[in-house]
Write a protein that binds this ligand. Structure first.
Ligand code: GYE
Length: 336
């Protein structure tokens, strides 16, 4: 007997106007209750993509989900999206992928919550002849031949950019704490590698006095920052691996009676609207963008893979770097 573990949503009949571009403000669709065993590949010529989302840990993640669901809803004549929310668990992502294999979807896309542990299921995708697109995070080297392409930002570059902003803000010397993303996630590992490496190389008088995971969530970012503030009274800056944790840190700093953005400088990653609002308010100093509006690229790439074309192994996003000076002008343009 199959277990009713995952809820799938088939995005259909939600308007047929042909629009392009990012719309991360699209309201997330509530997941249906169709059990995995009953989910069947629709009988038509459409491009059927199974997407196994990580969960809803951050504003960035919601922006990505909204963009994907919105895009599919605008292209119901050519695209069927089967969407699962793995609620932050790798085992749920693996279950969803196995269900997509069973359904015989055309292409499987997913952001690997962590880098390791994908060999078995990716081998199953390969054996089933289903192309795989890694979205917004990577897997470790041992799986390099088991997926077709990765569509994501360059996290090492992002970490380096964040280090340069911090280096400037501190005039080359001071004490920094780091709020890391999900343990084992490529976005966390590589942002750390880029940030720590750039500081060590270019700013030898800036010291990272503490570094701990906040799991990419606002709540944990706040909690970890509270404990940093209790242990150290000389923190000059925070680097948060995402803006949600930076926003949590801002709350903790205020509650500790200090001024975020002034007494303690704050730099994040992602470029979510909330970070721009905080920068306009003078409470945050910078963010390194990480574009979540990947839907058009995902579906275009999926169509090419379905047609048997080869695509670049890494399709890299174009991201910007923003500080308080640019924040007010840029805020109206933020879609996520
Ligand atoms: O920065 C973070 C999210 O994998 C790039 O995951 C993504 C990261 C993003 O939850 O906010």
């Amino acid at each position: 007997m199959k277990k009713r573990l995952l809820a799938f949503t088939l995005i259909a009949a939600m308007g047929s106007a042909l629009l392009t571009g990012c719309y991360a403000g699209y309201p997330a669709q509530t997941t249906g209750t169709a059990p995995a065993a009953e989910a069947a590949k629709p009988a038509n010529d459409k491009l059927v993509v199974g997407f196994a989302q990580i969960g809803q840990e951050s504003g960035w993640r919601d922006g990505e989900t909204n963009d994907i669901q919105w895009y599919a809803a605008q292209h119901t004549d050519t695209i069927d999206l089967v969407f699962a929310d793995a609620q932050q668990k790798q085992e749920n992502q693996i279950k969803a992928i196995r269900n997509y294999i069973e359904m015989g979807v055309d292409v499987i896309a997913f952001p690997p919550v962590v880098e390791t542990g994908w060999e078995a299921v990716l081998t199953e995708c390969k054996e089933a002849g289903i192309p795989v697109i890694l979205v917004d995070r990577g897997v470790d080297e041992s799986c390099a031949d088991l997926y077709d392409t990765q569509i994501s930002s360059d996290f090492i570059w992002e970490g380096q950019q964040a280090a340069d902003i911090v280096g400037d803000l501190l005039g080359g010397s001071g004490k920094v704490v780091e709020l890391e993303g999900t343990v084992g996630a490529s976005a966390a590992n590589e942002r750390k590698e880029g940030f720590d490496g750039e500081l060590a190389e270019k700013y030898p008088d800036i010291e990272i006095i503490a570094s701990q995971t906040g799991d990419f969530t606002r709540a944990l970012g706040k909690e970890v920052m509270e404990s940093f503030l209790k242990s150290y009274d000389d923190i000059d800056a925070v680097f948060a691996h995402n803006d949600d944790m930076a926003l949590g840190a801002i709350e903790a700093i205020k509650e500790a009676g200090k001024k975020p953005g002034e007494d303690i400088k704050i730099v994040g990653c992602d470029g979510v609207k909330g970070a721009f609002e905080a920068m306009v308010a003078g409470e945050m100093n910078g963010t390194v963008e990480c574009n979540p509006c990947l839907a058009e690229q995902i579906f275009d790439t999926a169509a090419k893979l379905k047609a048997g074309e080869t695509v670049d192994k890494w399709i890299v996003s174009n991201d910007g770097v923003f500080t308080q000076e640019d924040a007010a002008a840029e805020l109206p343009n933020r879609t996520y």
